[in-house]
Design a protein around this ligand. Structure first.
Ligand SMILES: [Zn+2]
Length: 241
């Protein structure tokens, strides 16, 4: 097999990634020295360093100064596995569960927008604060911070409605919705850029009192989340089989 020079580190990182995800290398295991890995794959130590950098970005290894590189699992797969447990349990009990939850979310959040139109100001400062946190997290590539702010954005919108019954209802499944948001955002088809833009657009419509526009965007966003979620759950289940 001939591999172009630029792709050497990719070959090494894919091979090591397979060993970690396949369980051949476990959490806490140490990788070989750079020169040992270089010998094994017949590449330069520079390519090995690049490969390890890639694995570190993916949350699969951690480098320590003066020490050997250690295997960790802070990656997408592990994250989806953990989060998917609750959702999968619910889905196992009732396959219509995801559909029902998304229907309930769509009802509450689109009707919330109608209520916001009657208020002055339409939303509390918490909404814009959450949006600001999403933007900062996007700029920093801070995925976890982003999803926390994303959930806070939706929660703040419902609380802005001034309807305490609605707020109580939403709070009751806010944790689950938070998990759903985390899980669906983890599907790599959606960038933080796109996700932020969607929310900023909804916020702008609400601020401009464009009720129909805000509702259409919110509905579309929740429907897309449901699609992402189906993909995430399918992936998590494939891994189990
Ligand atoms: Zn959102």
């Amino acid at each position: 097999m001939s591999v172009s020079r630029g792709k050497l580190h990719t070959t090494v990182s894919s091979a090591l990634e397979d060993r970690i995800l396949g369980g051949e290398l476990k959490v806490g295991d140490k990788l070989g020295s750079e020169s040992a890995i270089a010998d094994e794959f017949g590449v330069s130590t520079r390519s090995v360093r690049e490969a390890i950098q890639t694995l570190e970005t993916k949350g699969l290894v951690r480098r320590r100064h003066g020490g050997r590189t250690t295997v960790v699992r802070e990656d997408v797969h592990e994250f989806i596995d953990t989060l998917a447990v609750t959702v999968r349990q619910q889905l196992a009990a009732d396959p219509g569960y995801l559909e029902q939850l998304m229907q309930a979310r769509r009802m509450i959040e689109t009707e919330t927008i109608e209520l916001l139109m009657t208020r002055d100001p339409s939303v509390t400062p918490d909404v814009e604060a959450a949006l600001d946190r999403m933007r900062i997290a996007r700029d920093e590539g801070d995925f976890t911070g982003f999803v926390v702010a994303d959930a806070a954005f939706h929660l703040a919108l419902v609380h802005s409605s001034g309807n305490r019954i609605l707020a109580i209802m939403y709070d009751n499944f806010a944790n689950l919705i938070g998990e759903m948001i985390q899980l669906s955002s983890r599907v790599p088809t959606k960038s933080l850029d796109e996700a932020y833009a969607e929310h900023a657009e909804i916020f702008a419509c609400i601020r401009d009192r464009d009720e129909a526009g805000a509702q259409a965007l919110m509905r579309a966003q929740i429907d897309r989340s449901a699609d992402y979620l189906r993909v995430a759950i399918a992936k998590a289940q494939q891994k189990e089989d």
